[in-house]
Design a protein around this ligand. Structure first.
Ligand code: ADP
Ligand code: MG
Length: 360
């Protein structure tokens, strides 16, 4: 009997490996990925270029066969099932709309192919155009639309077929920053409205943090951490994750009695002894001119750089051992510190904001 998967699983990968032979050498694009994506989840694969995101997606869609491992969709083993027999649809960065067809005909294309009755077709295409906010633009050709609108047509064209899951591989990559940010919120809204599973590939950490229920951070064909955006940001599993997601400060050394002595100061790591790597986020650190009082981590240093970012100032502070720390100070009405280059300052933060990385 086939192994049963837990109820509510949309997509499962079990120890999936993908090897290519390139110029006589075996390349492992994916080295053993295990994932379990829930029905209705907005799930992202995040990682630098070449880490195996697209290959993983193509195995979910069925365009690539795994060298090893199992792919299950909605509990069914589909490892050997061709793409058109899987209940998923894929949207790519180059969305390749039919240029000579109107918006309406682009979206209706799949339903026409399936010989969907006219009235049902009209209703479903109309509904979908409403969801992606293109009602009134039915007669336009793709070239008469903005990049963001074209991307929404591509989305409607995929969603109108009512796949149980939609796979999106860097779909906003071609758009400029402002439009990309607007589309991120749109995508999230659309996903909530249609209620289907979205698997989203991106190398952009802020994009993944904005939209996802959970994120798998990938590196070199493996998943480094799989967790919620909050957990990935606050509790990175490895130094790679800490460095890839946002800006982080890393301090390494030998702790004794829950205190790490580094850079001429102290970092509180309650409950830890021996070799530790600690991360603290730049926005958790407070700058002061005098040594702070109380049970805080505190490090003295010299301001090496100040960058005005509008809503915040970013300070680079050099410690006595030459470690550079980044500090963000919000430009709020009660901002008290305005340190300048060359100033001697103290960095401090509460014990709860030191996070000891357990992984590599
Ligand atoms: P990403 O989407 O994260 O940028 P890919 O999944 O496209 O990464 O690629 C992962 C690795 O596998 C890369 O080193 C890439 O060069 C390699 N690769 C991908 N497709 C092929 C292929 N068809 N033949 C050989 N190597 C490939
Ligand atoms: Mg890719």
């Amino acid at each position: 009997m086939a192994e049963q998967s837990p109820i509510g699983s949309a997509i499962e990968l079990v120890d999936v490996v993908k090897e290519y032979v390139s110029h006589g050498e075996v390349v492992q694009a994916v080295k053993g990925v295990t994932l379990d994506i829930a029905e209705g989840e907005f799930f992202s694969l995040l990682g630098p270029s070449g880490c195996g995101k697209t290959t993983t997606m193509r195995m979910i869609a069925g365009f690539e066969e795994p060298s090893k491992g199992v792919v299950r969709l909605h509990g069914r083993d589909v490892t050997d099932v061709p793409p058109n027999k899987r209940d998923v649809n894929m949207v790519f960065q180059s969305y390749a709309l039919f240029p000579h067809m109107s918006v309406w005909d682009n979206v209706a294309f799949g339903l026409k192919q399936k010989k969907t009755p006219q009235d049902e077709l009209r209703r479903r295409v109309g509904e979908m155009l409403e969801i992606v906010d293109l009602t009134g633009r039915e007669k336009r050709r793709p070239r008469e639309l903005s990049g963001g609108q074209q991307q929404r047509v591509a989305l409607a064209r995929a969603l109108v077929n009512r796949p149980r899951a939609l796979l999106l591989d860097e779909p906003l990559g071609a758009l400029d920053l402002k439009l990309r940010q607007a589309m991120q919120l749109e995508l999230k809204r659309i996903q909530r409205e249609v209620g289907i599973t979205f698997v989203y590939v991106t190398h952009d950490q802020s994009e993944a943090l904005t939209m996802s229920d959970r994120i798998a951070v990938m590196k070199d064909g493996l998943v480094e951490q799989l967790a919620t955006p909050h957990e990935i940001y606050e509790k990175p599993a490895t130094t790679f994750v800490a460095g890839f997601i946002g800006t982080s400060n890393l301090l390494t050394g030998t702790a004794a009695g829950g205190v790490l002595k580094v850079g001429g100061g102290r970092v509180l790591v309650p409950g830890h002894d021996g070799e530790v790597t600690v991360t603290v986020r730049p926005e958790k650190i407070v700058l002061s001119a005098e040594e702070p009082e109380g049970e805080l981590s505190a490090l003295p240093g010299t301001v090496a750089e100040v960058v005005y970012l509008g809503t915040a100032n970013s300070y680079t502070v050099r410690l006595s051992d030459d470690t550079e720390m980044t500090v963000f100070q919000q430009n709020s009405h009660d901002a008290t510190v305005t340190a300048e280059r060359g100033d001697s300052v103290w960095l401090s933060w509460q014990a709860q904001y030191s996070y000891v990385i357990e992984g590599r």
